[in-house]
Design a protein around this ligand. Structure first.
Ligand code: ARG
Length: 516
């Protein structure tokens, strides 16, 4: 494997000196890769531009998307009573916090970008890391992006289409336009992307404050009747242990994104301090907001009205904001747009980190020579996400997504435990209590197994099949580099050609490998 890595780095160097050596403004290429800290020379690499505020915004702004504005109904259906649904909301927050604390240890131990990818590489070696990058770049990240852009489009269009359901084609086109806009922002500059993230995070926090203020006002007026008898089961509702897991999926989707900052560690200023801090500020903040919002909803509508509503926040707005009711769909649109921006930001880095090690196409690891954005990775993700927008629907995407995602979150906990054994003396600027990864590992095992036992769905089989298919690609193509002889020459010519073409077209260049 090491030989493979060296070969890869050498190849990158050749491409670099060959194609970019005569780069006119001299800002790209030419920097030595060997033995020097990339921070100290002017080689092409991602710059550290994410501070504490942007770090918190990348977490909070990605976590708060569409979930809290729409999922409360789904959670209520799946738990059968407001008491249990409230417990599930809080438990999801605690679980995310525990998961993120474990990720803080992992992310400060290994500060290269790519989150799970980097940790699997350290703990289990290349094959699991490859499987992760395979599933993530082709399915997980693009499906997140597709779900959020579709929710964005739904609310953005609804703000204009007064009383009727907006036509599906329009929603899909708006979702695609949003993806393109976010892509342009992210390719243009890292500062612009984090600026957008910060502004949208602030905007959505204000929207949440409006909801909480409205709810509190109603509660003070004495509208507490829906909060009574919280644990009485509603009509037709039953909870069993498998159904509870799917309720968790719904809740956890609203919290998903808690690991978002770990994908961009290479760009955080002083990561060993700012990564754990952003996590400890961001996730409790989100949990608090979600708990208060849930109470506010119940101050204004009954549980059964909540279940009937397609978007609780919008119903909420119609009830108490009067002429300002349009503010709610607009806020949801803003919230989802920001979340999509944070998602693409992270996805680009994941693609970048995995391709840099030769696990995906080389050209996906290139970085723009002047803007320092991983443009090809971002473009690739947007293309896959665009295809999913055209073909998919939100609900099926969410269940499928959570199942697969929790396999990997659990895997990261295992990676932490394994490394406590195999690298006991490795510096750990932040060390989380051992019980945390053990707990999260147990819960993720439950989250993976329970829904299958409860109600086996074909989606779960697809997910498992897709992961296994990754292995079939890995062994011949990545590990042994086997390509049928007659294809070798044309393949090399083709990829080198594409790489060179992309380098010129997008003004991008390779960077140094992290795992030499
Ligand atoms: N929690 C967000 C929402 O409620 C979705 C976040 C998507 N996940 C991610 N890692 N970007 O819409």
């Amino acid at each position: 494997h090491q030989q493979e890595q060296q070969l890869h780095v050498r190849k990158q160097k050749e491409i670099k000196s060959g194609d970019l050596g005569d780069d006119e403004d001299g800002s790209g290429g030419g920097g030595g890769l060997e033995g020097t800290d990339p921070e100290e020379n002017n080689s092409v690499h991602l710059k550290r531009r994410v501070g504490l505020v942007s770090g918190v915004a990348l977490i909070v702004g990605t976590m708060i998307g569409s979930g809290i504005f729409v999922s409360p109904s789904g959670l209520l259906v799946r738990t059968g009573s407001i008491g249990i649904s409230f417990l599930v909301w809080t438990a999801c927050g605690l679980l995310s916090l525990c998961g993120a604390l474990a990720y803080a240890e992992l992310g400060t131990m290994n500060t290269s970008s790519g989150a799970e990818y980097a940790y699997f590489m350290d703990a289990f070696g290349a094959p699991p890391a490859f499987l992760f990058s395979w599933v993530s770049t082709l399915v997980l990240k693009p499906s997140q992006m597709a779900i959020i852009s579709l929710s964005f489009a739904q609310y953005a269009v609804e703000a204009f289409a007064a009383d009727c359901d907006p036509p599906e084609e329009v929603v899909k086109i708006v979702a695609l336009l949003a993806i393109i806009l976010i892509l342009l922002v992210n390719c243009y500059s890292v500062n612009l992307a984090t600026g957008v993230q910060n502004a949208f995070t602030a905007a959505k926090l204000i929207a949440i404050l409006v909801v909480i203020a409205g709810g509190s006002y109603k509660l003070i007026q004495g509208n507490t009747q829906h909060l009574k008898g919280a644990f009485d089961t509603m009509d037709g509702g039953t909870v069993n242990i498998g159904r509870l897991a799917t309720a968790f999926y719904t809740g956890l989707w609203a919290y998903d994104g808690w690991n978002n900052l770990n994908y961009v560690t290479e760009e955080i200023k002083n990561p060993s301090k700012n990564l754990p801090r952003s996590i400890m500020i961001g996730i409790p903040l989100v949990t608090l907001c979600y708990a208060l919002i849930n109470i506010s909803y119940l101050a204004v509508m009954s549980p059964s009205e909540m279940i009937e509503s397609e978007a609780v926040a919008v119903t909420f707005g119609n009830r108490i904001l009067g002429v300002m009711a349009w503010l709610m769909p607009l806020s949801v649109a803003i919230s989802t747009f920001g979340s999509a921006n944070g998602t693409l930001f992270a996805a680009g880095r994941l693609c970048f980190a995995a391709s840099r090690e030769g696990h995906l196409l080389d050209c996906l690891s290139y970085v723009h020579v002047r803007r320092f954005t991983p443009a090809p990775g971002l473009i690739f993700h947007s293309l896959v996400a665009g295809a999913m927008v055209l073909s998919g629907n939100i609900d099926s995407l969410i269940d499928f997504f959570s199942f697969t995602a929790w396999i990997f979150y659990g895997g990261a906990m295992l990676a932490l435990l394994v490394m406590r054994r195999t690298r006991p003396n490795h510096p750990r600027p932040y060390k989380c209590p051992l019980i945390i990864p053990v707990l999260v590992l147990g819960i993720s095992a439950y989250l993976i197994v329970a829904p299958i036992i409860d109600k086996p769905q074909i989606e779960y089989l697809y997910a498992a099949g897709f992961i296994l298919a990754g292995m079939l690609v890995y062994l011949p193509f990545v590990k042994y580099g086997y390509v049928p002889k007659f294809m070798v020459a044309s393949f090399i010519l083709f990829t080198e050609g594409v790489n060179a073409f992309l380098q010129m077209l997008l003004e991008v260049a390779p960077t140094a490998a992290a795992f030499d």
